[in-house]
Write a protein that binds this ligand. Sequence first.
Ligand SMILES: *Cc1c(COP(=O)(O)O)cnc(C)c1O
Length: 468
Amino acid sequence: MGEDARRLIPAVGSLLADPGVKEAARGYPQLLVSRVLGELAARLRGELELGERVADPAAWIRDRLPAALRRARYPLRRVYNATGVVLHTNLGRAPLAPAALEAVAAAAAGYCNLEFDLEAGERGSRYVHAVELLRLLTGAEDALVVNNNAAAVLLCLAALARDREVVVSRGELVEIGGGFRIPDVMAQSGARLVEVGTTNRTRVADYERAIGPETALLLKVHRSNFRMEGFVSEVSWPELVELGRSRGIPVMFDLGSGCLFDLAGAGVGEEPVVPRVVAQGGDLVTFSGDKLLGGPQAGIIVGRAGVVDRLRRHPLLRALRVDKMTLAALSATLILYLEPDPAAHIPVLASLTADPGRLRGRAERLRRLIRRRLLPGAPGELGVVPARSTPGGGSLPGVELPGYAVAVRSPRGASRLAAALRGAAVPVLGRVQGEQVLLDVRTLADAELPGVADQVASVLNAEAPRGG
Ligand SMILES: *Cc1c(COP(=O)(O)O)cnc(C)c1O
C-alpha cells in the first residue's frame, strides 16, 4: 500500500463531523464513539495494507460503525429465542419469572440482609437464605447454594474425597458441554477416580469389588444429555444408596437438572423429581438452578445435615459463593413452587408444558403481526407449520415437544435470511430447516410477539424494491 492510499483514511476528528457518523453515534458517549472510530480506522489501514481496494474509506467506516458501537456498548444483548430450545445454554438458559426479577431488583438496588441476622441484630450467614425453602421442597435435612452445579460437584468432592477414592460407573463419566467432564472435575478436587463397569453395563458387584479402605464416596451422575439403549444396565440410585449404607460409605448423586415439578406427570419426559430422589436416601444430591428448575444460575446441594455442614465449613466455599442477586432470584423462584400451578408462573415450565393448540394460536398471531408490518413488495412467504422443539440445556435427552412455528422464506435463501435476522436491532434466532427459517413460538412469550414481528418485518422490508 502506498502513502497515498493510507492518506485516504480520514482522521477521527473529520469522521466525527460526518453527518452519517453523527446519526449513528446518537445516544452513545462521545469518548466511546472516538475510540471505536479509531479502531475502525486501524482496521481499515490493515485491510489496505493487505491490498484490499476500498473506494470510499469514509463510507467503509460509516457502514461498520453502528454494529461496532452496539458491540462495545451492549456486549450482552437481549435476543429473541425462536429456536424452540427451551434451556439454550448459549442463550442464557432459563428466563426468570417476573417475581424473581422483582426480587433481584429489590435486593440489588439498595442494601439487604445478605449476611445480617435481623432478629439477633448481628452478623449472619448468606447461606441461610434459601435453606428453608429447599428443605420444604426437597425433603432434605439441609441445603447449600453455590455458584453453579459444576461448583457444587467440585465442592462436594473436595470436601468428602480429597486424596481418597470416588467410585463412578464408566457409563456415567459424562461430558456435560462447555468442557465440563466429570473426570476433570474430579482431578481438580483432588479426589481419585475409580472407574467401574463398562460403558454400557455396570452392576452392584462392580462397585462392591472397587470398594476398599481408600473409598470415600460412591458417586452417581445423571446422564443429562444422552441416552443409552440396547444391551445396557445400570445400578439404580436406591441400590447404590443401599450399598453405601451397608458399607458405611457416603453416596452422592449429581442430578444435573434438578426437577422440582412433576414434568413426567405433565407428559414431558421421565425426569425424576428431586424430593423423590432425596426420599430414596443417600447423603448428597446436587443440581443446577437454571435448568429445569427455571431459576438463576446456581448450584444447589441438598442432603444430610452433618455432611452439608462439612461443605459449609470448607475453605473452597468462599471461592464458589453465590451473590445476593442469585439468592434473591432463587428464593423468589422456589416460592413459586408452592403455588397451586407452578407452570403458570415459571417461564421454563410454561414453555415445556405449553400445549400444541395454544402454540398454534401463538404462531398464527405472530404471522399476522409480521404480515401487518410488511411493506407492499416486501419479498418472503410466511406460513404456520408444525415443529418439534427440544428441552435442551442438558436435560430430558431424547424428548421432543410437538408445537408450531412460523416458517419464513425469502428469495435470498434460508441461511442468509437467518443471518439477517441475527443482525436485526434485537436479534431473532430461529432454526434453518431446508429452504426456510422456522420461528418456533414455544420459546417466545406472548408479550414478545410484537417485538419479534417488528424485527422480522424490518429484515424483510429491507429487501423490498425501493419506492415499491
Ligand atoms: C448441567 C450439569 C452439570 C453442570 O451444571 P452447571 O449448573 O451448568 O454448572 C453437572 N452435572 C450434570 C449431570 C449436569 O447435567
